[in-house]
Design a protein around this ligand. Sequence first.
Ligand code: AMP
Length: 286
Amino acid sequence: MQICTTIDAVRESVRHARSEGKTIGLVPTMGALHAGHLSLIERCRERADFIVVSLFVNPLQFGPGEDYDRYPREEDADQAKLESVATDVLFIPAVAEIYPEGETMRVSVGRMAKALCGASRPGHFDGVVTVCAKLFNIVQPDVACFGQKDAQQLVILRRYVRDFNVPLHVMGCPTVREPDGLAMSSRNQYLAAKERKSAVSIFQALELGQRLVDDGERDPTSILQAVEDFIQMNSSAEIDYVAMVDPETLDDVVEIVGGEILAVAAKFGRARLIDNIIVETPDDEA
Ligand code: AMP
């Protein structure tokens, strides 16, 4: 695995791989890698010959008072994990390499950035899309892989690539979970033991939502209420939102037809956790 800290070095490396006829895959991360990240790399490898993993804690996507300063940074352990899966290049730039003059411009996402997490994290998705736009231009991959766990991010990036005619395929990858169902997240390490135990209620509540759909419920309102009640009864979490949205527009849905995103964000102590499932209906599966 080659480690690049500069844009020039990663470009040179990609240029060389291209000259050998290889296709390029990109997996952007903020580090503190876990099995969810590694699964993205493995999936990316199925679609591309040469894999670039970026590790960059992007200041632009953190709001004031959020966890930019204390976000876990575990570069040595991350490097070892990346060696264990087939990564060709680790791109690990300093903030000054990506934003040499500080913040100048950012991509403005608009409406879709205001849904779900956007309401409590203004500017977050503009920051995400800005750094991804830069990474796409630096690496120029054929495919870029993102987790379904961050569903809103995935929907917005798909939309960005379509609207701005970026010549790459955005691939969504399934959420990897702990054995009890909690979605893996670098932020799970903020959880105290008791919070960690009750954090599984998010996924259990999402599963309950799916079960209600399985039993024939098609009204999102009653499902959202049941999901919220379940989390409240089984944890002391502070719920940010429970929502069911259209997978293309992120607008709230009024009727369930299958394919909707059922999403939750909730604070367990100082950890703000998010999770979601794609709602399935029998017609949808047929
Ligand atoms: P992050 O380092 O949190 O910015 O995440 C980097 C990428 O890993 C994003 O595309 C995330 O959606 C993805 N990711 C994070 N957690 C998981 C998970 N549990 N399963 C699958 N992908 C994940």
